[in-house]
Design a protein around this ligand. Structure first.
Ligand code: NAI
Length: 342
């Protein structure tokens, strides 16, 4: 079995090489991302392995199918960048549903602690022997209210971390898990001091945080997005910050991140004015989609992805990791009957 591995980074290879050892899987690593221009690199391959910013639209899917590709192995949880409808009946799509929900939940809390205690400012000051405390006042998390949108694997762990800090947790999700206090979205928006997004990007959740949602929030609210950039309308966020309605933003993801994140643009003039504006704001922290990046997560990603590939080509069904456009649609899912998606 040959796989074309797109958007390969130095930290990907050791884990994948380790789990491929002694198997019949051969991986060709490509630094470039998968898109309509690069799809021909997958010629002669049985499958492609992709990450969050590879573009797997209908044109790419159809070209892959023509070239004989029968499997797309996502080495991430979200699959919004794959046209699963175009894949249906042609190419099976697998993902890594959970590699370390702790990594993402802990990163969300790390961003919150940094922004409210001004650690990013203090670090730079003391490096220059500036030991002044002016402008570094923060606030206690204890007693504050956090709104968690999406209480899946990551959202629940994040909510539990917040409970450990003595915070009141309000939750919003289409499906409820025991042990959390669920409210309707408007109530969550109105009552939360901090709002953290942990739902997937879908048609329903696109711009779930927009101008209207921000207008309902408390003055000084902190918005945290470690999920997918397009959950937040960036222009509305920037306006909210400028009007001081939004007190701070912690962003590990950004709507237009695909052209920038994971690459070194220091020494370049970044053309994305909205991102430049956000990064210039003292009450905004941007990290480059790194919430997943822990040793544990990288190991789990490699192990699950290699297993997905070996299982698929050896005829072992993996309904827990296969995805299609029926996902999330009740009473419409073959996987619930322990079958392949098609
Ligand atoms: P999950 O599938 O376990 O949980 C997602 C939750 O969102 C589910 O409970 C679902 O019911 C809920 N949801 C779906 N539509 C909703 C809606 N319209 N309103 C409210 N809730 C809704 O997924 P998991 O593992 O917790 O991951 C969440 C997201 O985190 C992923 O979709 C991905 O986009 C993002 N992620 C980000 C990473 C990073 O490095 N920044 C790494 C891994 C995941």
């Amino acid at each position: 079995m040959k796989f074309a591995f797109f958007d390969a980074k130095p930290y990907d290879k050791p884990g994948f090489d380790h789990y491929c050892q002694g198997t019949d899987l051969e991986i060709k690593y490509f630094e470039t991302r998968l898109n309509e221009d690069t799809v021909s690199l997958a010629a002669g391959c049985d499958g492609v392995c992709v990450f969050v910013n590879d573009i797997v639209n209908a044109a790419v899917v159809n070209r892959l199918y023509e070239m004989g590709v029968r499997m797309i192995a996502l080495r991430c949880a979200g699959f919004n960048n794959v046209d699963t409808r175009a894949c249906y009946g042609k190419i099976h799509v697998f993902r890594v549903p959970a590699y370390s929900p702790y990594a993402v939940a802990e990163h969300a809390m790390a961003l919150i602690l940094t922004i409210i205690r001004r650690t990013h400012k203090a670090y730079n000051r003391t490096r220059e022997f500036n030991f002044s405390l002016s402008g570094l006042s923060g606030f206690d998390l204890h007693g504050k209210t956090v709104g968690v949108i999406g209480t899946g694997k990551i959202g629940r762990i994040f909510a539990d971390i917040c409970k450990g800090f003595g915070m009141e947790v309000l939750a919003y999700d289409r499906y409820q898990s025991p042990g959390y206090h669920y409210v309707e979205l408007p109530e969550l928006l109105q009552r939360s001091d901090i709002i953290s997004l942990h739902c997937p990007l879908t048609e329903d959740t696109h711009h779930i945080i927009d101008e209207k949602a921000i207008s309902m929030m408390r003055k000084g609210v902190i918005i945290v997005n470690t999920s997918r950039g397009a959950l937040v309308d960036t222009e509305a966020l920037i306006e909210g910050i400028k009007e001081k309605k939004v007190g701070a933003a912690c962003l590990d993801v950004y709507e237009e991140e695909a052209d920038l994140f994971y690459e070194d643009f220091s020494g370049h003039i970044v053309q994305d004015d909205k991102l430049v504006r956000l990064i210039s704001m003292p009450n905004v922290i941007v990290t480059s989609h790194q919430a997943f990046l822990t040793e544990e997560a990288l190991n789990n990603i490699a192990e699950t992805t290699v297993n997905n590939i070996l299982n698929f080509f050896h005829g072992v069904p993996s309904p827990e990791t296969e995805v299609c456009y029926h996902c999330g649609r009740q009473n419409d899912c073959r996987k619930e009957r322990h079958q392949k998606c098609f």
